[in-house]
Design a protein around this ligand. Structure first.
Ligand code: ATP
Ligand code: MG
Length: 224
């Protein structure tokens, strides 16, 4: 049996207001277990595609189906945002709490987790991204790479099975890039990862796409 379809973009067209068409007749399917990469020139529309999936922008026409349901209105995306872990390209768009612990606890608390369980989640999530001991730090004062790791930790705290990661390795040191790659090896995950790091894509994905003049196109990653 073919794996369940998680994301299904059908004939999606999109252009920002007052701007020319950006994504043209986009058809994209992510199935359970798919590990997809996106690469391509600055401004080609990678982030825009992820925004369409998360409902942060709406297509001019075509359809966005996630977890088997068509998503149109804002409220259609509430459970999408709960179930898909989305890493923003810019960590400052992700972080909004006065402390690292609150940043990580936010999602779990919303889902009714309390007390010791939340503490355990904070500890575990920080450990996974190598930020042990950062619990009481101020997110705003972290370095770029630390912010990125924290943003990743806030996502991992929710244990999502589906991930959309926009440049997860940007600015990270080599050991941390390895850590992220290891995290993505967890069985059962499905994801789209945007990256300009070919080695990282080679390791973490089985198919890679790019946009050529707004058209989704397979990208051949040199694999030996
Ligand atoms: N809110 C907006 N209003 C108008 N134009 C926008 C808006 N957001 C993005 N754009 C433009 O749309 C195009 C695609 O942007 P997008 O962020 O999807 O590119 P990208 O492929 O993610 O690039 P990068 O590699 O730099 O992250 C760019 O030319 C960008 O300037
Ligand atoms: Mg981008």
């Amino acid at each position: 049996m073919e794996n369940r379809i998680i994301i299904d973009l059908k004939n999606v067209n999109f252009g920002y207001r007052e701007r020319p068409a950006l994504l043209k007749d986009l058809n994209f399917v992510l199935r359970q277990g798919d590990r997809v990469g996106m690469i391509g020139p600055n401004g080609c529309g990678k982030t825009t595609m992820l925004y369409l999936i998360m409902g942060l922008i709406k297509p001019n026409d075509g359809s966005v189906e996630i977890f088997g349901r068509r998503r149109v209105q804002e409220h259609d995306f509430v459970d999408v945002r709960e179930r898909i872990g989305f890493l923003f390209q810019n960590s400052d768009d992700q972080l909004f709490c006065p402390s690292v612990r609150e940043e990580i606890a936010f999602g779990p608390l919303n889902f009714g987790k309390r007390g010791k369980e939340v503490e355990a989640i904070i500890k575990r999530s920080l450990a996974r991204v190598g930020l042990d001991g950062f619990k009481n730090r101020v997110p705003y004062h972290l370095s770029g790479g630390e912010k990125r790791r924290l943003a990743m930790a806030t996502i991992l705290a929710m244990r999502p099975r589906v991930l959309l990661l926009d440049e997860p390795t940007l600015g990270l040191d080599l050991p941390t890039v390895q850590r992220i790659a290891e995290i993505l090896e967890e069985p059962g995950l499905s994801y789209v990862v945007v990256s300009q790091n070919i080695d990282f894509l080679k390791r973490t994905t089985t198919q890679v796409y790019t946009f050529e003049d707004g058209v989704l196109t397979p990208f051949r990653v040199p694999r030996k």
